[in-house]
Design a protein around this ligand. Sequence first.
Ligand code: UDP
Length: 330
Amino acid sequence: MTILVTGGAGYIGSHTVLHLLDKGEDVVVLDSLEKGHAGALQDVPFYQGELRDEPLLDEVFTKHSIDAVVHFAAHSLVGESVEQPLYYYENNVLGSHALISKMVEHHVKHIVFSSTAATYGEPEQIPIVESLPTAPTNPYGETKLAIEKMLRWCEPAYGLKSVSLRYFNAAGADPKGRIGEDHLPESHLIPIVLQVALGQRQQVQIFGDDYDTEDGSCIRDYIHVMDLADAHYLALKHLKQTGSSEVYNLGIGQGFSVKEVIEVCRHVTEQEIPAVVAPRRTGDPATLIASPEKAKAQLGWEPRYTDLSEIVAHAWGWHSNHPNGYEKDK
Ligand code: UDP
């Protein structure tokens, strides 16, 4: 299969490209490199540009016989989306609209879409199953949900089949250390804690310790980025074999509090890692834990890395060897 990966130079996108190549698939990458990194690219055909660049997309779909698209390209910062909702709708929704329109025009029938647990908002129950109501609490989650819905309507109209994968908290790095996580600015918990371990930050802030959880800090379901990557490969196989459009949660089904994550990081890095309690971050639900049962049953997906220490160890492998990330780009 030849697979077009949009956002293939980003964190989850680049790990998925590696995995697809390991599985023997042909990959073409499209990325604006606004957030992604040239250093994360593999030796595959690469097009730098925006999804709304129609001539560029025509070129990609004409030059390559694309069988399926894995669509990551998006802005993904919750806080930024609250401050600049129109920018998020423009980039995420209009960008996806342009991509999907070109897929229809060029008769490409399968897409795996990078969605998020943020589509659920404050969930009514834990663990979260796919049938729970969706009620995003920020524009980022709203744009992802809007794209899921756009895809749903495209199936009866144009025969476009889709799998939307709702990620919980992506973490870790390629176990072989080839690529890893590098955001600017960094806002995610594990990389921030590891930057403290590296001496790049003085301390980590725990955003709220008065939540209704055992130790008062927020609980999240951390899923290894290579397990996410494998789910994309399996979703492509699913589309090829059965063709049914679906939505799946991707998490390990187990939650860790912010305080527990910091403790695991202390253990893995053998560093003290000072932490202070800070006010709650707006829009953070107390607990988000996936039920991954549907993905396990229907895709045959089984997360390989269910030990948080191992996930953090892989992230630490990357961060300690690349303290400045993909520094060549900077
Ligand atoms: N968090 C924190 N301090 C930080 C960054 C994150 O306490 O410096 C908390 C955050 O409030 C959330 C959890 O860590 O409860 C995971 O946050 P992250 O931004 O990594 O992912 P999110 O859950 O927002 O997708």
